[in-house]
Design a protein around this ligand. Structure first.
Ligand SMILES: C[S@@+](CC[C@H](N)C(=O)[O-])C[C@H]1O[C@@H](n2cnc3c(N)ncnc32)[C@H](O)[C@@H]1O
Length: 197
């Protein structure tokens, strides 16, 4: 079953409620869209678990279908709001990598506070749910969002920015990334590591 529905939305989950073996690394694809990234990552890394999060129902359904077609058991999709998942639902130190790929940019000045990267609940939760040494990976087509993210993360002493050379590791392009590249836009990427205590 590739759709994950929490048994209780109002308490912190246990890691083994999501995937049965809590000793395996778990990665989050936040705002997964139609799930292309997760559906490509899961078969490539059978030793890891992948949880995709998306709030739009038809995109959740597309993601679920894609996962089912791959036949893997290490990927699931959950329909919920990103900041709540990161800020409240996931337990501490359960995530090895969190991917935020082409997030909604909220381009208008008066909407900037809606950006996930400016959401204190999200930022505090990100630090809480990552394991020490865990990573936050961001790609965006929106230069101002990118600058905003660099500034926002630089103010949090729990994170250090690390290199992300092209082709450093298997990292499939997302649907939105392909779309923007086809239109001649460039994609910025950045990677941070949660400092060891
Ligand atoms: C621009 S799309 C990118 C989708 C995918 N990551 C990609 O790169 O192809 C952003 C996605 O994030 C979802 N999203 C935006 N804000 C969200 C939130 N607060 N909670 C859950 N999903 C969200 C949107 O519904 C949309 O599918």
């Amino acid at each position: 079953m590739s759709v994950f529905v929490p048994s209780d939305y109002f308490r912190e989950l246990r890691r083994d409620e999501i995937f049965p073996d809590p000793s395996r690394p778990m990665e989050i694809d936040l705002g997964c869209g139609e799930g292309t990234f997760t559906a490509a990552m899961a078969p490539q890394f059978p030793e890891r678990d992948f949880l995709a999060v998306e709030r739009i129902l038809c995109r959740v359904e597309s993601t679920s279908k894609k996962i089912n077609r791959t036949g893997v058991e290490n990927a699931k999709v959950m329909r919920l709001e990103s900041a709540y998942v990161v800020g409240w639902l996931l337990p501490p130190a359960c995530v090895s990598r969190l991917h935020l790929l082409c997030p909604d940019p909220w381009p208008k000045k008066r909407h900037e506070r809606n950006r996930l990267i400016n959401n204190v609940e999200f930022l505090t939760g990100l630090e809480r749910i990552l394991i020490p040494g865990g990573e936050f990976l961001l790609k965006t087509d929106h230069p101002e969002y990118f600058e905003n993210a660099i500034e926002s993360l630089s103010q949090r002493s729990g994170f250090e920015r690390i290199d992300w050379p092209e082709d450093a590791f298997f990292y499939p392009q997302t649907d939105f990334e392909k779309h923007w590249l086809r239109r001649g836009l460039s994609i910025n990427r950045a990677r941070w590591r949660k400092r060891e205590a």
